[in-house]
Design a protein around this ligand. Structure first.
Ligand SMILES: NC(=O)C1=CN([C@@H]2O[C@H](COP(=O)(O)OP(=O)(O)OC[C@H]3O[C@@H](n4cnc5c(N)ncnc54)[C@H](OP(=O)(O)O)[C@@H]3O)[C@@H](O)[C@H]2O)C=CC1
Ligand SMILES: O=C(CO)[C@H](O)[C@H](O)COP(=O)(O)O
Ligand SMILES: [Zn+2]
Length: 341
């Protein structure tokens, strides 16, 4: 069959390409239904990802956050119409110590390999997780971003010492919101503080113990551990404040992506004996665990719906461009594309 793939060819410019794909294989054929735009996609779309990466990775279909419906499963295991979330990471090897999302040989969609902006996506069974039948698909669309927090917390659980009275999250955006939400569910005895820049964004974090503006942090405030979700240059200021307010031997989970190297006060990292724990992307297990969280705590889905920013119907490529442009001027929430192309 001929599959249409919608690739970014240069900043702000998409083009259609045609891929001949045989359906005689083990792959499940999925029709994407709801796609969600990530900050990483925007760095490619706007061309701020850096000249070298742009040259190396384009042309490429964007989007690694998406759900879809099964249209054909050669094994007959999945019924036509089953709603699934798609795992963007495709490992080519396994390693007893290194996770699939840290193996350099893995292929990650919309970072060097075609993402989900396609008519059909062809996936192995282990790259698909079935969604609850009544799942809000606009929320499900950004499940991949939720898996980032799930993955980070599973690493935190293994590495951080057990005094977890107060945990601080820096970054009053999408990932900060999700990290706070999962912390409150998975660590109900811990106090969770959100640290952000903007009052109206912080107002959305109704479920945390404290919402604090970063220029109003009491000098004597202390936290046991922290999660940084600011990104860009903001990561540097966030890490600086975290180091000031964290108790000795705390763990700092780093999630924000910076295009340029940031400065870290290593003297104080040493003096306080801190652990810096970076996490990037996620694997199939994190997707399964996240869907389990949806099932166990259905109110998580309600809280996540606060993050639905705009939903765009995309019937033609110019409407995808509109969605990306509009996303750039939205200060709160995720931009979702209802994929009708
Ligand atoms: N590690 C991983 O695998 C992943 C990482 N990411 C990265 O995480 C970062 C956040 O993503 P996302 O939440 O979607 O982006 P958002 O833009 O929604 O959130 C970032 C928020 O942090 C705020 N901020 C900036 N500086 C500070 C600071 N010093 N202290 C506290 N808050 C600050 C921003 O405010 P303002 O806008 O006003 O500057 C914004 O509200 C990005 O860099 C993204 O690329 C995303 C997905 C996966
Ligand atoms: O968003 C992400 C995962 O959800 C990562 O930040 C993204 O994969 C980083 O990739 P790149 O190197 O292409 O910016
Ligand atoms: Zn992403």
């Amino acid at each position: 069959m001929i599959n249409q793939v919608y690739r970014l060819v240069s900043p702000r410019q998409f083009e259609i390409s045609y891929n001949d794909k045989s359906i005689i294989s083990d792959d499940v054929v999925i029709r994407p239904s709801y796609l969600s735009i990530c900050a990483a996609d925007q760095r490619y779309y706007t061309g701020t990802r850096g000249k070298e990466a742009m040259k190396q990775k384009l042309p490429m279909a964007l989007i690694h956050e998406a759900v879809g419906e099964v249209v054909f499963d050669p094994t007959g295991e999945l019924k036509v119409g089953t709603k699934v979330v798609m795992v963007p990471n495709a490992p080519t090897q396994t390693d007893p110590f290194i996770g699939e999302n840290y193996l350099p040989s893995s292929k990650f969609r919309s970072s060097g390999y075609d993402g989900f902006m396609q008519d059909y996506v062809f996936l192995k069974h282990d790259r698909i997780v079935e969604l609850p039948e009544d799942m809000n698909l606009e929320v499900a669309a950004f499940t991949e971003l939720v898996t980032i927090a799930t993955h980070c917390l599973s690493r935190f659980e293994k590495k951080a010492h057990l005094r977890r009275e107060t945990i601080g999250v820096w970054g009053d955006g999408n990932l900060g919101y999700i990290a706070c939400l999962l912390l409150k569910k998975l660590y109900p005895d811990s106090k969770v503080y959100i640290f952000g820049k903007t009052g109206y964004k912080l107002n959305h974090f109704s479920f945390v113990d404290e919402a604090i503006k970063i220029d109003e942090i009491p000098e004597n405030l202390k936290i046991d551990h922290a999660i940084e979700c600011a990104g860009g240059k903001g990561s540097q200021y966030a890490v600086e404040q975290i180091i000031d307010h964290i108790n000795p031997e705390g763990t700092i989970c780093l999630l924000g992506v910076s295009e340029y190297p940031i400065e870290v006060n290593t003297r104080m990292v040493l003096e306080k004996g801190l652990t810096l724990l970076g996490s990037s992307r996620s694997g199939a297990r994190d997707f399964q665990q996240t869907v389990n969280i949806y099932k166990e705590y259905p109110d998580v889905i309600n809280y996540l719906s606060t993050l639905i920013g705009e939903v765009h119907d995309v019937r033609k490529l110019s409407e995808a461009t509109d969605a990306f442009e509009s996303d750039l001027s939205n200060s709160w929430g995720k931009t979702i594309m209802r994929w009708m192309i």
